[in-house]
Design a protein around this ligand. Structure first.
Ligand code: BG6
Length: 468
């Protein structure tokens, strides 16, 4: 058992998914506010109302044995308009959140951007506009200046992959586009903005560590034929390398750029001055969100097809990933899948950690891991399936640490029930239940909350160990 004594045992949230108070205290509108309102979809206007419950939530987290809390800062709550005007009420809210963490000996682990872009920037093209990078740098600078000294762990972005792919390619997130050229431009700008913030962090000598959070999808192949290995490389570039190679090594994979050019993507928007920023920006650590791996076979036929199941059991089995000419993702007949088609595969975390260790050699945090379920929250929630899921994934981490991976912390997704993008509030991940029909939004610990306390208190010693 090799977890270090300072291991962070925490849980995670994101501003839009939990805060509510969408138009309170001079908060500007976000792209998600606009998109969900205009399309008449379930939204996060109230969500878990963390804005008014933060004190209770952080106290409960601490009483649950956790020593770290990952949350994001809402950009439109902090910066009011396109001129960069600072909203003191937004800053005050996050000071109170951070101070509450510190009062309870909980390490604040801060994400600068977890997908809620100010609508005034979306109106100007969002991540397709280079100016959004400059606006992000201003936002980052305000936050560094304001909260440094209190915050030791910073991450620039949560999951560039999903916000960009879902927003510009798959079209199930705002702004809902389907355009490969835009996807490439958006991906480039978000990684450039990341690099600009890391470079600023170094220049200003901000105390603490800075990283990025990636939706890590370790890639496995159906066999080891050369064509499968080639398909796996395409899949790895698509899923992981354009984020991790850039953040950890300052490199955009050359063969990815070649493959994009072959597909007719115009890369002339890439500028030497930007690449210089990217080359010199190196993170201190990697934040890896792990939900599942990707099982890959060579491309056979058909158009690019990208379907994500945001409907749960009504659409179970409909998700599909085919990248024409590159690869196909398939289901493993021996695996269990959630109602939203996510494979439950703890070994992928073990494999992925060892691969990332070898490739990047950086400290790692599992910044999200959890399972989304339908749950009856009218009584005590005995979520044994979540306990088993978390046990097996924490076990995978301990095995990886035993075999040389430098993992420094684990964050359960999520601290309490919250809004799940496009899936709504009924897809529950929380360690604490919230009945969204209850006007008081009372918090009630699930069985997993008590179980996780024992894990944290014992620094993982009570995990049921399994080997592969
Ligand atoms: C991650 C995100 O992709 O997974 C979270 O960082 C998200 O914001 C979580 O909620 C679970 O995904 P979903 O789609 O089930 O909410």
């Amino acid at each position: 058992m090799a977890l270090n004594d300072h291991f962070l045992w925490g849980s995670a949230t994101a501003s839009y998914q939990c805060e509510g108070a969408w138009d309170l205290d001079e908060k500007a509108e976000s792209n998600w506010d606009r998109y969900l309102h205009v399309n008449g979809l379930e939204n996060g206007d109230v969500a878990s109302d963390f804005y008014h419950h933060y004190e209770e939530d952080i106290r409960m987290l601490s009483e649950g044995g956790q020593n770290a809390f990952r949350f994001s800062l809402s950009w439109p709550r902090i910066i009011s308009d396109i001129d960069g005007t600072i909203n003191p009420k937004g800053l005050d809210f996050y000071h109170r959140v951070i101070d509450t963490c510190l009062r309870y000996n909980v390490e604040p682990f801060v994400t600068l951007y977890h997908w809620d872009l100010p609508q005034y920037l979306e109106d100007e093209g969002g991540w397709l506009n280079r100016k959004t990078c400059d606006a992000y740098l201003h936002f980052a600078e305000v936050c560094f200046k304001e909260f440094s000294g209190k915050v030791k762990y910073w991450t620039t972005f949560n999951e560039p992959r999903w916000t960009i792919f879902n927003g510009y390619l798959i079209g199930n997130y705002c702004p809902g586009h389907h355009n490969a050229q835009e996807t490439t431009v958006g991906a480039y700008h978000i990684m450039l903005a990341h690099a600009m913030a890391v470079n600023l962090f170094r220049k200003k000598q901000i105390e603490g560590k800075i990283g990025i959070v990636h939706s890590y999808t370790p890639v496995d192949g159906v066999d080891d034929r050369p064509e499968t290995l080639k398909a796996m490389r395409y899949a790895d570039n698509y899923c992981n390398n354009w984020v991790l190679d850039v953040a950890a090594k300052g490199e955009i994979p050359e063969d990815l750029l070649d493959a994009l050019s072959e597909k007719g993507i115009d890369l002339s928007f890439m500028k030497e001055e930007d690449l210089q920023q990217i080359r010199k920006a190196r993170v201190d650590f990697l934040g890896l969100n792990y939900y599942s791996r990707a099982l890959i076979k060579p491309y056979t036929e058909g158009e690019t097809t990208l379907i994500i199941n945001n409907k749960g059991k009504a659409a179970k089995g409909t998700s599909k990933t085919i990248l024409k000419g590159w690869f196909e993702q398939i289901k493993d007949p021996n695996s269990e899948y959630t109602e939203w088609d996510t494979e439950i595969y703890p070994k992928g975390l073990y494999d992925g950690l060892l691969r990332a260790q070898e490739r990047y050699g950086l400290p790692m945090f599992i910044t999200e891991n959890g399972v989304g379920m339908y749950e009856d929250v009218s009584g005590y929630v005995e979520d044994d399936y979540r306990i088993s899921f978390m046990n097996d994934h924490i076990n995978a981490i301990i095995n990886a640490v035993d075999d040389g991976a430098d993992v420094r912390g684990y964050f359960a997704w999520s601290t309490f029930d919250l809004y799940s993008w496009k899936n709504g509030c009924e897809k529950r991940y929380g360690l604490v239940a919230i009945d969204f029909n209850d006007p008081e939004l009372e918090r009630r610990p699930k069985k997993s909350y008590q179980w996780y306390k024992k894990v944290a208190d014992s620094n993982g010693a009570c995990i049921v160990r399994k080997s592969y």
